[in-house]
Design a protein around this ligand. Structure first.
Ligand code: BGC
Length: 744
C-alpha cells in the first residue's frame, strides 16, 4: 500500500515537473518571441522614434476632464512621445491611442500611466492606513480593485506601490507608505504588486505596477521632502532596499527613481542604484522611469552642468524613461551623434519599454483597455464600496479605551465636535487619483445612518482644522454639556501629508488642542476620532480623552467604517506600522533601534533625553481591541539549531475578554552579538488571527536562516552563530520571550 502510494506520488511529481518544465519552456518561448518582435521593431525605428518611446509627458486637467498640453498632440503624431500620464477615461485615452496607432509611422501604442495609489474612483484608506490592517489579503484586494477600476478607465500603469521605509513622521509622504518596518513593508509591497498586476498582465483588468521611489527617499534628512539622504551601504541594503527587492521578486514591471541623492549622487544619475544593484545584481528586466523632472533636478543638485549633461548621466546610469523633463526629448539625439551615448544604450532602454507594452498585449490590440461598457459597469460599484468599507474598518487603530467604546446604540444624545465631524473634503486623503471627494461619507452621515432618529446628534465644528478662530468654542462646550457622549473629531487637512507636505510640528494644527481641552473640561465621556496622514504628537490627548481612535484618512466609505467601529459592529484590529512619538524631539523614532554602549537607565550618563523618555507614546505594532488577548506557553522546537535547520516557535493566544476579536500576533528576534551590532528587536513574522471570546489558539511560526541573516562585517548576507532572543506579542513592546542558540 505504502509502496503504491509512493509510486503514485512520484508519478505525480514527474508529471508536475514535466508540466512545469513545459510551462517554463512555453514561457521562455514566448519571451524569445517577444524579444524577436522587439528586434524587428527596433530595426525599423528612427532615432527620434526610439527616443519617443523613452519620453513620458503629462496630460492636464480642465473642468471638463483631461486635456493635452500644447504641442503634445503633434508629438504623439510624430512618434516623439511613447507614454502619457494623468489622462484617464475611455473616451480620452482611446482618442489619444487612435492618434498613436493611426497617425504615426509605426503605429506603436501609447502607454497610459497614473498615480493610482489607494484606489482609483473607489478610494480606500491612505496607504499608511491600509498597512495598519496587517492583512495582506485585504491590501491585495484593495490594489486589485484599484486596478480593475483604473484599467476600466483606459489606464495601463500605476505609479504604485510606494515602498519607501520611513522613520520620520515629519515627512509628509509617510502617508503613502507602509510605515517604518522593512519586513512588513516588503510583505505589503508584494501584496500590492500582486493586486495591481494580477496573475497575468495580459488580462485587461491588470495594470503595470511601479516600485517607487528608488531609493531611500524616506530617509530625507530632518523629514524635509526632497532633502539629502546619506547612509551606509549596510543600512541602505538592510533597511531601505528589501521592499524594492520584494516588489521585484513579485514581478513588478517598473521602477521609479527618487528625487533625492544617496551618498552624493542623485538617484536618477546613480549607476550604483540603477545599473549595479537593479540590473546587475537583481536582474530587473522591466523599465525604469524617473520621478517628475528628476533628471532636470540634477542640475540644482549640483551634479549636472546643464540638461544635456543630465540626460547623458541619466541614460548612462540606467534610466529608461524620462518623466516630464524633456531631457531625452531635447538632447538624446545629439548625445548619440556625439557618441556620448551609444545607440546600444538607447536600444536597450527602448527594449525595456516595448517589452512591457508587449506584455500588456497592446501590440495585439491597442484598444484592449478601451471598453466603454467596462468603464460604466466596473467602476465605483457596490462591491467595491463594500470592500472599501471593509478595509477602512480594519485600518483603524484603537489607541486608548477607558471603557467608553463601543458606544451603545441606545445613546440618547451625542455631541459630535471638531472640524472633521462633518468634513467631506479631506476624507479621501492625498494622492486620491480619480477619487471624487464629494462622494465620501462623512462621519456625521455614518453615525446618523447607523443610529437612526432615536439618537439626537448635535454637530458643531468648534474650529477649523487650521487658524485661530475660537468663536465657536462656546457652542461646542454647550453641545458637550447637553450630550451623553462626546465624539471629538480632530485631525489634519488632506494636503498636510503627501508630497511636499513635511511638518516640523506634529501637533494638531490650529486651535484644535484648545478646542479639545475646552470640551474635555466639561467632563463627559469623550472619544477622540483622529483623521490624519501621519503619527501626531498627542501625549496630552492620551492623558485626557477617554478613548482615541486613529482612523487615518479612511477613504470613500470613511463615515460608515468609523461608525462601525464606534458602535461596536466591528471590533478594531488595526496595529500601528509607525511609532507615535511623544514629541518631535524624539524623531527619528522606531522600534528596531540599537542598544548603544550606554542603554538608558536611571543613571545620568546613559543614552536618553533630560526631558522626555526614550519610549514612543504608542509603539510599533500597537493597537487595542474591545476584547483582550493573553500570550502563554511560548515554546521553541529546539534550544540549539544548526544553520540549515528551521526553528518552530509555538505560542498560545487566548481571547480573555467578552467579545470575539482579531489579533495580530507578532514575532520579533534579537541577535545578541554580531560582527556588526544588531537591533534590539526585528519583526520576522506576523499572523492575523480571529479568536472567539474565551477561545485559545496555538500559533506556529517557522524561523529559517533567511530570518536570522544580515549584512555582516564583510557585507555577506548570512546568519552568524550565537545566541538569539525570540519575542512574541501583540505589539513590539509587550512581549513574552525565549532564547535559542545557532550552532557554529
Ligand atoms: C511624485 C511621484 C508621482 C509623480 C507623478 C511626483 O511628484 O513624487 O510619486 O508618481 O509625481 O505624478
Amino acid at each position: 500500500m505504502i509502496n503504491q502510494l509512493s509510486k503514485g506520488l512520484s508519478l505525480c511529481l514527474i508529471l508536475l515537473t514535466i508540466l512545469s518544465c513545459s510551462e517554463r519552456a512555453d514561457q521562455s518561448n514566448l519571451e524569445d518571441q517577444t524579444e524577436n518582435k522587439i528586434d524587428s521593431l527596433l530595426s525599423l525605428m528612427t532615432i527620434d522614434e526610439k527616443i519617443g518611446q523613452l519620453t513620458l509627458f503629462t496630460s492636464d486637467y480642465d473642468v471638463t476632464g483631461p486635456t493635452m498640453r500644447e504641442g503634445y498632440i503633434e508629438d504623439i503624431k510624430s512618434g516623439k512621445v511613447g507614454a502619457i500620464f494623468n489622462a484617464y477615461g475611455v473616451d480620452y485615452t482611446t482618442k489619444l491611442q487612435k492618434i498613436a496607432i493611426e497617425e504615426t509611422r509605426l503605429g506603436i501604442p501609447l502607454l497610459f500611466g497614473y498615480d493610482v495609489i489607494h484606489g482609483h474612483k473607489t478610494i480606500f484608506p491612505i496607504s499608511l492606513g491600509e498597512s495598519s490592517t496587517w492583512d495582506l489579503a485585504l491590501i491585495e484586494k484593495a490594489a486589485r480593485i484599484a486596478a480593475i477600476e483604473a484599467s476600466a478607465e483606459g489606464l495601463h500603469w500605476t505609479f504604485a506601490p510606494m515602498v519607501d521605509i520611513s522613520r520620520d513622521p515629519r515627512w509628509g509622504r509617510v502617508s503613502e507608505g507602509s510605515g517604518e518596518d522593512t519586513y512588513l513593508g516588503a510583505a505589503i509591497a508584494k501584496a500590492r504588486v500582486r493586486g495591481f498586476q494580477g496573475s497575468d498582465l495580459k488580462e485587461t483588468n491588470t495594470i503595470l505596477a511601479t516600485a517607487k521611489h528608488f531609493a531611500a527617499y524616506g530617509a530625507a534628512l530632518a523629514g524635509r521632502d526632497y532633502n539629502t539622504v546619506d547612509m551606509s551601504d549596510r543600512v541602505l541594503r538592510e533597511t531601505y532596499l528589501p521592499p524594492f527587492k520584494a516588489a521585484l521578486d513579485e514581478g513588478v514591471a517598473t521602477f521609479m527613481t527618487s528625487f533625492n541623492e544617496v551618498d552624493g549622487i542623485p538617484a536618477s544619475g546613480s549607476k550604483y542604484l540603477l545599473n549595479d544593484i537593479l540590473r546587475d545584481e537583481w536582474k530587473f528586466n522591466g523599465f525604469v522611469v524617473t520621478d517628475y523632472t528628476s533628471i532636470n533636478e540634477m542640475i540644482a543638485h549640483g551634479f549636472s552642468t546643464d540638461l544635456k549633461n543630465a540626460a547623458e548621466q541619466a541614460i548612462n546610469a540606467g534610466v529608461d524613461m524620462d518623466m516630464q523633463g524633456a531631457a531625452y526629448y531635447d538632447h538624446l539625439k545629439e548625445l548619440v551623434s556625439e557618441s556620448k551615448v551609444s545607440e546600444k544604450t538607447i536600444d536597450q532602454a527602448v527594449r525595456n519599454v516595448l517589452r512591457m507594452k508587449f506584455k500588456l498585449g497592446l501590440f495585439d490590440d491597442p484598444y484592449r483597455y478601451s471598453n466603454k461598457e467596462r468603464e460604466q459597469s466596473q467602476v465605483f460599484t457596490k462591491e467595491h464600496l463594500e470592500s472599501a468599507r471593509e478595509v477602512a474598518r480594519a485600518s483603524q487603530v484603537l489607541l486608548k479605551n477607558d471603557n467608553v467604546l463601543p458606544i451603545s446604540k441606545d445613546v440618547k444624545t451625542i455631541a459630535l465636535i471638531g472640524p472633521m465631524g462633518n468634513n467631506r473634503r479631506d476624507l479621501i486623503g492625498s494622492w486620491s487619483a480619480a477619487g471624487d471627494w464629494s462622494k465620501a461619507v462623512t462621519l456625521l452621515e455614518g453615525i446618523k445612518e447607523k443610529l437612526g432618529s432615536n439618537t439626537k446628534i448635535i454637530q458643531v465644528n468648534g474650529s477649523d482644522v487650521e487658524g485661530n478662530d475660537q468663536s465657536e468654542f462656546n457652542r461646542a462646550i454647550a453641545a458637550a454639556r447637553n450630550a451623553d457622549v462626546v465624539i471629538l473629531a480632530l485631525g489634519e487637512n488632506y494636503w498636510m501629508s503627501g508630497e511636499a507636505a513635511s511638518r516640523s510640528n506634529l501637533d494638531l494644527p490650529g486651535v484644535q488642542k484648545e478646542l479639545a481641552e475646552a470640551v474635555l473640561k466639561v467632563g463627559k465621556p469623550t472619544v477622540t476620532v483622529l483623521m490624519n496622514g501621519r503619527p501626531l504628537t498627542i501625549e496630552w490627548l492620551d492623558n485626557s480623552s477617554d478613548a482615541i481612535l486613529e482612523t487615518w484618512f479612511a477613504g470613500t466609505q470613511a463615515g460608515h467604517a468609523i461608525a462601525d467601529v464606534l458602535f461596536g459592529d466591528y471590533n478594531p484590529s488595526g496595529k500601528l506600522t509607525m511609532s507615535f512619538p511623544r514629541n518631535v524631539g524624539q524623531i527619528p523614532i522606531f522600534y528596531n533601534n540599537k542598544n548603544t554602549g550606554r542603554p538608558m537607565t536611571d543613571e545620568k550618563y546613559t543614552s536618553k533625553y533630560l526631558d522626555v523618555s526614550n519610549d514612543p507614546l504608542y509603539p510599533f505594532g500597537f493597537g487595542l481591541s474591545y476584547t483582550s488577548f493573553e500570550y502563554n506557553n511560548l515554546k521553541l522546537s529546539a534550544d540549539k539549531i544548526n544553520i540549515n535547520d528551521s526553528l518552530k516557535v509555538i505560542v498560545d493566544i487566548t481571547n480573555t475578554g467578552d467579545l470575539d476579536g482579531e489579533e495580530v500576533v507578532q514575532l520579533y528576534i534579537q541577535d545578541l552579538v554580531g560582527s556588526v551590532t544588531r537591533p534590539v528587536k526585528e519583526l520576522k513574522g506576523f499572523q492575523k488571527i480571529a479568536l472567539n471570546s474565551g477561545e485559545t489558539k496555538s500559533i506556529t511560526f517557522t524561523i529559517t536562516e533567511q530570518d536570522l541573516a544580515f549584512y555582516t562585517a564583510s557585507m555577506d548576507f548570512k546568519a552568524e552563530a550565537g545566541e538569539f532572543k525570540i519575542f512574541v506579542g501583540g505589539n513590539s513592546r509587550d512581549v513574552i520571550e525565549s532564547k535559542f542558540t545557532l550552532n557554529k
